[in-house]
Design a protein around this ligand. Structure first.
Ligand code: SF4
Length: 359
């Protein structure tokens, strides 16, 4: 089984923490949509197994008009066989969602919605340069349910500037009231060259310290699991049977093709990626230029397996190592002894454990 990722690199404005590739200018949209179709045709044989998931991410896919969205969806459906596709997700921001638009998305074929709420505190939303209000956030979930979405995920962020435990717990309570199937909780991280990075360097804002960040992570773990959500990946919680199948594919190293500017693809032996520039992407597609590619060595495959598995509830499977990486088994077993005392805090220490176990 395999997956398709489609990158829609348009956002109305840039959030201060974001380092995903996106632009506020929408002039290139017609040419971009045509390039997406061309890329799908050029690379349709990349996937050797039936498509199980499709994911529209960004950027903000829901800034596209219905006509544009329909065009992309229909073009991809005519290139790929989607008859075995179980999960079709679209990322959305609350301010773009209306009952009509949601009903359209549902009819088009999306059966999972991932809404970027981030916080229910107005001050946080302003500080992050988000465009939506708290009311729009809760209303978007209500409307999505009304339009038949029964697999809704929301994103929340902790470790925000000025965020204390009381505010964070307040956000978790509001999230629980929405009774959605899936909640992703991310720590705000400082990525280089983002507006947040510049503000911190200029002394205009600061993030809570590491101890507070860990306390907020642990609070989410405690509160959400107590309320029926399973902590199945370091940043993800779900109700029974509502894991993100698409995102789980990344952690399980299942093949996927990424279409669009900055999108990555993986087929177990190599990684490929498109340029993080709409103009260059369109030019590459129109001239048939090769995508950039990296062939993975056994050592790289082993390291990726360790790193990705430690992000998940299931962890590392020794039978997988014995089967796929027998040459590294003795290294793994030797290193495992060194990290055994860290295992009770595996979520928090996963990076440190991974470094010990990797080659
Ligand atoms: S809406 Fe999403 S992709 Fe766009 S700038 Fe904000 S975080 Fe980045």
């Amino acid at each position: 089984m395999s997956g398709i990722y489609v990158h829609i690199p348009y956002c109305r404005q840039k959030c201060i923490y974001c380092d995903f590739y996106s632009t506020a200018s929408r002039q290139s949209r017609t040419a971009y949509i045509a390039a997406l179709e061309q890329e799908a045709i050029q690379r349709k044989d990349y996937l050797l197994t039936p498509v199980r998931t499709m994911y529209f991410g960004g950027g903000t896919p829901t800034v596209l008009t219905r006509t544009e969205m329909e065009e992309i969806y229909n073009r991809l459906s005519s290139v790929f066989d989607l008859s075995n596709c179980m999960e079709t997700t679209i990322e959305a921001n609350p301010e773009n969602l209306s009952g009509e638009y949601l009903s359209f998305l549902r009819r088009l074929g999306f059966n999972r919605l991932s809404i970027g709420i981030q916080s229910f505190n107005p001050d946080d939303l302003i500080a992050l340069n988000r465009r939506h209000s708290c009311q729009q956030a809760t209303e978007s979930v209500r409307m999505a349910k009304e339009q038949g979405f029964d697999n809704i995920s929301i994103d929340l962020m902790f470790n925000l500037p000025g965020m204390n435990m009381e505010k964070w717990k307040g956000n978790l309570d509001r999230a629980l009231q929405l009774d959605v199937e899936h909640i992703s909780c991310y720590s705000l991280t400082r990525e280089e060259e983002t507006m947040l990075d510049k503000m911190i360097k200029a002394g205009k804002t600061s993030l809570p310290n590491d101890e507070e960040c860990i306390r907020q992570f642990n609070a989410a773990d405690e509160i959400l699991t107590k309320n029926g959500y399973r902590h199945y990946e370091i940043s993800n919680y779900c109700k029974v049977g509502k894991e993100s199948i698409h995102n789980s594919s990344y952690w399980q190293q299942i093949d996927y093709i990424g279409l669009g500017a900055s999108a990555h693809s993986f087929n177990k032996t190599s990684r490929q990626w498109n340029p993080s520039s709409i103009e260059q992407y369109i030019n590459n597609i129109n001239t048939g230029a090769e995508t950039e590619k990296e062939i993975l060595s056994d050592k790289e495959k082993y390291n990726e397996y360790i790193m990705l598995s430690l992000r998940t509830e299931k962890g590392i499977d020794i039978t997988h190592i014995k089967k796929h990486f027998p040459q590294f088994l003795s290294h793994y077993e030797k290193q495992l002894e060194k990290v055994s005392d860290m295992m009770s805090d595996r979520w928090i220490l996963s990076n440190r454990i991974a470094v010990e176990l990797m080659l």
